[in-house]
Design a binder for this molecule. Structure first.
Ligand SMILES: NC(=O)c1ccc[n+]([C@@H]2O[C@H](COP(=O)([O-])OP(=O)(O)OC[C@H]3O[C@@H](n4cnc5c(N)ncnc54)[C@H](O)[C@@H]3O)[C@@H](O)[C@H]2O)c1
Length: 355
């Protein structure tokens, strides 16, 4: 028997609204795109041409007329809070693009509104549905590395940007744009709540005033530290993830992981030598190292974000990205913002030539 389709409305038909939602939802089978809204009539007409959906010039017009029960909010970041609040108040479930909001207060108010109006709020932290997160979680859970004491993430590339995302007034910059994805993976893996953040944000080469380089260190209640470099100003690469445990470490490039660890039960018991070592020799030992290479992609894959939305709304699955986990991402984002010192750097063209 064919599954019941969920009727969807999408507001904002730009890069995210079109490529990350309209396209996958129109071919999903378990969703039906009933309506779209965008101030650009050409974008609406293109959507209607492909699906026969109703079209509107604004979210309010769409909410007043559509029978869609799930609304995807993919408008520019500064509208997320007000748009998602309108959707929840109208009695619809909401799939909200990241960043969840501009401030943690707004994000908390959205999670509260979802509870008040008894609606589901899905924040699009789609990396939680990607194999890397599940792979890192599985390795940590296996215990082979021993207790985690440090986490390192490098999300770097070199790309120049000059769109609206380069302006602070629009909620642009790497912290709002990319860090929600990284936090959505890192925070649940750290094992306890983040209690402090050091952060430096800089504009190295983008046009505009928003940061294109973020370097931060998080510290948890249990004293695990995480150094995260999130940058579009780095022209070389480095391992994407490094996990340091008491008995070993993992290095992962997103596709494969290299593990090196030992079983402490198989190592000799050490007692301290509190004197000058005999023969002026350093005390050395051979540890029973195990080295492994693992594929990141699990057999059978991981269900997509949209599949999880469908499963949750049809009562057949648990929500992987909860509003509370998304608020925690915003809480740490806010701590990073508070800790940062903005240091705009002049571009080469603007730097006066000496002599
Ligand atoms: N999850 C991800 O990986 C991911 C990737 C890209 C963008 N995003 C997020 O998606 C959001 C949109 O980014 P984008 O790159 O698609 O932007 P965009 O500029 O490409 O598209 C924005 C769209 O919204 C429309 N729009 C503008 N104001 C509107 C309004 N008031 N009501 C309705 N529609 C309006 C525009 O006409 C445009 O079609 C941002 O918050 C961004 O952070 C998320």
């Amino acid at each position: 028997m064919a599954k019941k389709q969920i009727s969807v409305g999408i507001v904002g038909l730009g890069r995210a609204g079109w490529h990350l939602h309209f396209e996958p939802l129109r071919t999903h089978g378990e969703f039906r795109i009933a309506a779209v809204a965008d101030p650009d009539p050409a974008r609406c007409a293109e959507a209607a041409g492909l699906t026969g959906c109703a079209t509107f010039g604004s979210l309010d017009q769409m909410l007043g007329a559509t029978d869609a029960t799930l609304i995807v909010v993919a408008t520019p970041s500064r509208f997320h809070y007000t748009d998602a609040l309108r959707v929840l108040k109208s009695g619809r479930d909401c799939l909200l693009e990241k960043p969840m909001a501009i401030t943690v207060e707004e994000a908390t108010a959205l999670a509260d509104a979802a509870r008040t109006f008894a609606r589901r709020l899905f924040v699009h932290h789609q990396h939680v549905h990607r194999p890397e997160y599940h792979h890192l979680k599985t390795v940590l859970k296996s215990g082979v590395l021993g207790p985690l004491f440090h986490f390192r993430a490098f999300w770097g590339s070199y790309t120049r940007r000059w769109d609206w995302q380069c302006l602070v007034k629009n909620g642009g910059g790497q912290l709002n744009n990319t860090c929600p994805h990284i936090f959505s993976i890192v925070l649940p893996l750290l094992g306890s709540k983040v209690t402090s953040v050091d952060c430096e944000m800089r504009n190295i080469k983008d046009v505009g005033d928003a940061e294109d380089h973020v370097d931060m260190t998080l510290r948890t209640e249990a004293s695990v530290t995480a150094n995260l470099v999130v940058s579009s100003a780095v022209a070389v690469t480095s391992p994407r993830w490094m996990l340091f445990g008491k008995f070993g470490a993992l290095e992962c490039n997103g596709k494969t992981s290299r593990l090196r660890y030992y079983d402490p039960e198989k190592a000799q018991k050490l007692t301290i030598v509190d004197a000058a070592p005999e023969g002026r020799k350093y005390l050395t030992e051979e540890l029973p190292w195990v080295e492994k290479q693992l594929e990141v992609e699990p057999p059978g894959g991981v269900p997509s974000f949209h599949q999880n939305v469908y499963d949750v709304l049809s009562g057949a699955g648990e929500q992987l990205v909860t509003p509370e986990s998304a608020v925690d991402v915003m809480r740490v984002l806010e701590m990073a913002r508070q800790a940062s010192i903005r240091q705009p750097v002049e571009t080469a063209e603007e730097t006066p030539v000496a002599g």
